[in-house]
Design a protein around this ligand. Sequence first.
Ligand code: URP
Ligand code: ZN
Ligand code: ZN
Length: 470
Amino acid sequence: MSVLIKGGRVITAADDYVGDVFVDGERISLIGESLDLQADRVIDAAGKYVLPGCVDPHTHLDMPFGGTVTIDDVQAGQTSAAFGGTTCHVDFIIQPHGSSFADALDEWKAKADGKQVIDMGYHMAVTDLKDGGSLEELASLPEQGITSYKLFMAYKGALMVDDETLFRTMQVAAQTGALVMVHAENGDAIDVLVKEALAAGHTDPHYHALTRPPETEGEATNRAIQLARVAGSPLYVVHVSCRESVEPIARAREAGWNIHGETCTQYFFIDYSYLERPNFEGAKWVYTPPPRPKENQDVLWNAVRTDTLSVISTDHCAFLWDGQKTLGKDDFSKIPNGGPGLENRLQMIHEFGVRAGRISLNRMVELLCTNPAKLFGLYPRKGTVAVGSDADLVIFDPAKELTISAQTHHSKSDYNLFEGTRVTGTPEIVLLRGQVLVENGELQVEPGFGQFVRRAKFGEELKPAATAAA
Ligand code: URP
Ligand code: ZN
Ligand code: ZN
């Protein structure tokens, strides 16, 4: 199957030009001006942007969490991603306590089997190095294409690890070429604050934020940075939400340390006041770190502009409001933490980043496609429009207006974080490895089309020949 995409405005992290893109099979084989080639399918992209398929390095599909399981399984979550122009994501395997990493990997692969709509990789979230996986087993994961380890410094009594586990994992990463990711919050201090709030009779959703102050994020971010320096591993701080954690990352990067940071779409738009909405509506925005005071939003825009933060992900961790969030109706600490977002990242960042003049189109592509692909061992196969890259492409209509809503999104969640937001600009056609994935508002492939991608080690490129479907 060949596809010729004609006359679109091709935008990468570095380039912006009008041209034709020729796709032969799964890859881009030629880019040029007025290409005179026969193709099985010709797409007229005049007036449209031709973007690389977006890469989301932070999602939680079919994940047990907070006494329930996220509502989007692999099929629902990836369908939602596809409609939003995301063609590849990296999901978290959570090592169950007492389980080996191999068993955890098998369990997560079984969840995805036959359901994959887009391409995906996995991070391994390490929870137990005592009774579960060993350091040797952890060290073997990068050879299997699992090239990042995640550690939770919060969620005491559930996913949280102690500093010894964090540090030993960093030491392994320094040896194996894996990237260490941290959820940076001081889980011990938060646990005390949560207990005190509940003892004082404070049960409403906004206490989720009041018991996780920004300083607890700043402290853990700084601790992780310093420990990574000692261990000699690269570090990636996920879902940075506030000035207190932006600042240590900025200092580390100015010093030239191997430290990277991400924020998520919601932190630019949702502030603390959402949690105070009456009748338990605030629970929709109970995710962690929590929505922060509004002044942090400018700090985050500045951080993504200056490359203090290099990626915008979604942290898609969807629940129903009615039936799952309500587990915490009488106790904010029992509200499952997380929200949906996979589908709306590109629309929201295009509208409020690019159209509002905060970032350029090139920078948007860098934050949503190229940098996540580079940091997580997917580049240049993913994350750019180039000869030899996978033909993962978004034909984006910059003039189409729409209103974001749970009525029309593809997540199974019964609410949308950005309900009612008007945007101009949305994906019109999405291709994955040369196949049309989404067109005319319909998914065009059967589940099972998506593939597992064996990612390259940190700092290494993923050449097409070095990859294989599992
Ligand atoms: O609230 C969130 N972010 N849920 C997902 C788990 C995590 O901490 O990333
Ligand atoms: Zn987290
Ligand atoms: Zn997360």
